[in-house]
Structure formats: C-alpha cells, structure tokens
Design a protein. Structure first.
Lengths: 517, 73
C-alpha cells in the first residue's frame, strides 16, 4: 500500500495555498498595477530556485474530515537563489487580508524565516506589501494585546550585524512593516505604487485633522528625497528586484565571509586622459563627480545608493579590478558639495555598511565643509558632525581617500582616519585648510582690515599672501603627503584594494560596532 | 524624432546660456550654466540632438525639476 492518497492531499493543499487570496482579489491586485507575492518571488529569484517554508500554513474549513476551503497565511516565504547564491525571502501577500496579521505562534511552531536566515547565515530579503496589525484582530481574539512585536522583530535586529538585509516596498506599507522596511542595509520603493507610514491617511486625519493622500504622506517624493528613509527609487517592480540583486552581488552572504570578487572586466592599468583636465582651473566651476567615478572604477560597476537624498554626496558600491568597494564622492553640483545632516547620514550608513561587510572604502574628496546657515543649525549640524566624526574614527575597514579638490574644515577632517589601513593621495588641483582662506581672512584679520585706509585692498592683499602659500606642494614638502598624476588614480586604487584584501580577511566576523539602521 | 526636456536638478539661477535654437549638440556638450552657492554648474546634453527651444532666460531663477530647454533627438 503506497501513500499516494496522502501525497495527492499534500499537492491539493499546496495548490490551494498557491491560489493566495482567490481569483477576485488577485484580479483587483493586478488591476492596481501590482504583482502578486508569488509572482514577485519568481521575478526576484533564479528560475525554479524557490524552496518554500511553511507552505501549508493557513486557515482551513472542513466538510467532515475533508478540507473544503483554505486561506493561506498572508506571506510567501522560503529560500531562493540569486545568481546562484542563496538567500531567504519573505513576501507579503496583499490578496490575503490586505497582507495584515500573521500566523499564530505557540508550541510546535516552525522557525521564522528571519531565524533561518540568522542560523543559515544567508541574506534576508523582504518584499513588502500590506499593513501590520489590524484592530480586526482584536475582535477575532476577543481581547486586545500589548504591542510585543519585538518578540519576533528582535531576530531581524540581530540579522543587521550578521547578514545583508534588503527590503522592497511594493505597496502601501503601514505600521510595524513600515518601520521594518528601514531595518536593513538597502531598501527600494517603486514609483506610484509604494508608500510607507506608521499611520496612513485615516490615522493622520483622526490624529491631526489633516486631509492628505497616501502619496503625499509617504510616497517616493518624501522618502527618497527628503526623509531618506528609502534609499532608491525603482521605475517598476522588476527594476526593484534587479536593484536588490545588484546590491547583494557586492555583499558576502554573511559577515563571516569576504565579499565575492566579480569577473575582471576592465584594465587595471586604464589611465583615462580626461582625468588630467577633469578639475576646472576656475574654482567657481564644479566638476562632474559622476564622470570622475566612471573614470576610476571598473566600467559600469558603480551602483549608486540614495541618489536623490543628501545629493551633495554621492555614495554607492563599485568594483575595482573585480573587488567590491564602497565609494563616496562630494558632488559640487549640489550645495557646492558641502556636508549637511542628510549627507552625514548617508556617509555614516556607507561607512557602517563597509565596516560590517568587509568592503574597502574609497573617498573622492572635494569637500568645502559642513553646510553653514540657519537651516543647518536648526537641523543640528554640530551633533550630526560629532556622530559623523565618531563613525569615521571608529571604523576599521581599509580606507583610501583621493583629494581631488578641496578638503576644508571638520567635514574635510572626516575624509581622514588616523588609524588602521588608511592611505591618502592628492591631485595637484587639491587645496586644503582648517578653513577657507576667503572666509577665514575676514575673521582672523578683522582688526588689521578695519584699521587699514582701504579695508577691501587690505583684505585682498592678505588673501593673496595666503593663496601664495596654499600650493599642495608646500604641504607635501613638510608632511610627506603624496601627490599623484590624476591619470594614475585607478592604478593606485587597484593596488590599494588588492592589499586591502589581506587586512579585510582579519576583520571577518561580527562587527565590533553593531550595525545601526 | 523625439523630444527631450532637459530639467534643472537644483534650485539655482541661470547664469549663461551657451546654445541657441537650431544648434546641433553632442552628448555632454554644455547647454547652459546655472549658478548656485557661488558655483557654476554646467547643464550638459543628455543625448545628441538639436536645440528646439530654450525655456529660460539668463539671470532667471529656476527651481528643481523645472524644464530648461527642449532638445530634438
């Protein structure tokens, strides 16, 4: 006697789970321009690689001993492969109860996906759609409950210092899931269909009396540009999946491994002639920092993170001779490239990412200083500066700075780490100081200028005197600072990144500073 | 033939317009120069094409996302 009957029953149950919230709900979901949870997992994963967890969980209704109807849990989860490498995925299923509520726990419950990612040491990916708690649950339970979500969120917190975590926001995501969307190393939202907020428009109306749409409250214009809660914007869901795959391609599977070297696609000795004239001689003119990046990293290897937020600093991941690196560059085409609170947040996240996952950091410095003015004061630029400085000095990953232009003030200081494997090169176009000569002269020589018969001429005279000693060669004479031909930048980087591998290999394991999202 | 609207990335002032309607431009040619924070910020052609229309004047303030000119590509 075989067990065919039971295997048929198993397959019937799996088929019922695959029907998700039913044809009608799926049609409505598609009509909103959204993919279902299962289509999303398929869209993200290598074909045929999905190995489901807890595919039989749900609520059945029985006709005698026979299962008559079945509503699956509102998540689809399991292991997948991305370019052959394993990862754990959890996709919210909006077609089941609007993606709200979870399975009940208790004795005999299987491990959560997050616990598996932790124990298997695999990247964790959330494809989010739906809300957290619903007051409907109160009625079903006949009671209310304390907000003890940390009982399970704690695993996702532990993940941050163990494995790469990425979230895609693929719908209106409210409550705990909105916060959890930021509990990771990279997140992305899709134009028009994605919003996050702890409380949506009805909650805002009840609390504040404001009428506001979902998009105005928590759409991409807010979160990828102003709040910085979401790193990247995707045009489509497929684009969001591609961005997650790309992000993870630079990451090790866990902190216990080194990031994988990709194929060598570019000449390590490439010395682009354009670098020689990339920096304008006129200090009023801003260079193109994105072009600069293209000239020095492996061709097409730069993946920008948070391009729309804190735009005076470009941050992202790239490859140098195949090795993944974290990279940042001042962008003088926005606020002169200065460091404001948003730029500081971006840099701290990048440093923390690099330190946690063993990537060398490369800084292309053209730093005019911290942003000045009343807005920066209101945002708390000094405490932001203190946090940035702490993050810089406490980091350990190998760090290479190339001063291509300015390096001024405390923000300039934040391109320097006085410990560990740190190297700095300067281009002949570099200029530096604890402050800018033009602003500094008025402050330091105020009395002398005021007492002069022609104060403007006096100021110009002092400035000219100081400019004459501002050549980087004078600094090099005294300090040993190395100045390089800009065209040799890439080869210096390649050499540094090769050497960095030995140092990084000594740093594998749990980071000594836990990752703060 | 299609049209590309070249937008300003930032709040700024139009400092100098470097092209005229009818001009042919190559990728990365400077179309106009904005000024913000005492810095000149060139706006470069995203594609090769012909300048169809310039939508701003020198000295005019522009805001982020505002169309500066139209290219035929």
């Amino acid at each position: 006697m075989s067990w065919q009957k039971e295997v048929d029953e198993l397959n019937r149950r799996l088929e019922m789970a695959k029907a998700m919230g039913g044809a009608e709900n799926i049609a409505r979901h598609h009509a909103r321009g959204k993919l279902t949870a299962r289509e999303r997992v398929d869209g993200l994963a290598d074909p045929g690689s999905f190995d489901e967890f807890m595919g039989l969980v749900g609520q059945g209704t029985y006709n005698g001993p026979e299962l008559a109807a079945f509503t699956p849990k509102p998540t689809v989860e399991g292991m997948i492969r991305l370019d052959g490498r394993k990862a754990v995925v959890v996709a919210g299923d909006f077609t089941v109860r609007g993606g709200s509520g979870g399975m009940s726990g208790g004795l005999g419950r299987e491990s959560r996906a997050s616990e598996r990612a932790l124990e298997w040491r695999l990247p964790f990916i959330r494809l989010q759609d739906g809300a957290g708690g619903s007051v409907r649950t109160f009625e079903e339970a006949g009671r209310t409950y304390l907000p003890d979500g940390n009982s399970y969120t704690q695993y996702e917190v532990q993940l941050l210092s163990k494995v790469p975590v990425a979230s895609a926001v693929l719908g209106s995501v409210a409550g705990i899931p909105a916060v959890v969307a930021c509990l990771g190393h990279f997140n992305v939202m899709v134009k028009d269909i994605s919003q996050i907020f702890p409380g949506g428009p009805p909650v805002v109306k009840a609390a504040l009396g404001i009428d506001i749409t979902k998009e105005e409250l928590g759409g991409d214009q807010i979160h990828t540009r102003i709040s910085g809660c979401i790193d990247n914007l995707a045009e489509t869901e497929a684009d969001a999946f591609a961005q997650i795959r790309r992000f993870l391609s630079y990451m090790p599977l866990s902190v216990d491994e080194m990031p994988p070297r990709g194929p060598v696609t570019d000449d390590p000795e490439r010395a682009d002639e354009a670098l020689l004239s990339l920096m304008p001689r006129n200090p009023r003119q801003a260079h193109n920092a994105r072009k600069l990046i293209e000239h020095v990293v492996d061709k097409d290897s730069f993946f920008e993170i948070a391009p729309l937020y804190g735009r005076a600093r470009i941050t992202g991941l790239a490859r140098i001779d195949g090795y993944p690196v974290a990279l940042m560059a001042n962008n003088p085409r926005f606020n002169g490239g200065s460091t404001d609170v948003a730029e500081g947040n971006k840099v701290m996240r990048l440093i923390s990412l690099a330190d946690t996952f063993h990537l060398p950091l490369i800084s292309l410095c053209d730093e005019p200083g911290f942003m000045v003015g009343p807005n920066s004061e209101r945002m708390g630029i000094e405490r932001a500066g203190a946090r940035l400085l702490t993050s810089v000095c406490s980091s350990r990953m190998p760090w290479l700075t190339v001063v291509v232009g300015r390096a001024f003030g405390v923000a300039g200081q934040c391109h320097h780490r006085p410990s560990g494997m740190y190297r700095r090169y300067a281009w002949p176009s570099a200029s530096w100081g604890s402050m800018h000569i033009s602003g500094g002269v008025s402050a330091a020589y105020r009395r002398e200028i005021e007492a002069a018969p022609d104060p403007a001429a006096k100021k110009a005279e002092i400035e000219a005197r100081l400019q004459a000693i501002a050549s980087p060669f004078r600094t090099a004479e005294a300090t040993g600072q190395d100045i390089i031909d800009p065209r040799h930048t890439r080869r210096k980087m390649v050499d540094f990144v090769h050497d960095a591998q030995r140092v990084l290999a000594t740093q594998v394991g749990v980071p000594w500073i836990p990752y703060m999202p | 033939m299609s049209e590309v609207r070249v937008l300003s990335d930032i709040d700024a002032r139009v400092w100098k317009i470097e092209v005229a309607p009818g001009d042919s431009v190559a990728v990365d040619d400077v179309l106009l120069i904005l000024e913000a924070m005492k810095t000149e910020i060139p706006v470069e052609a995203p594609k090769a094409g012909r300048v169809k229309e310039i939508l701003v004047k020198e000295e005019e303030p522009v805001s982020e996302g505002q169309a500066l000119l139209i290219l035929e590509v």
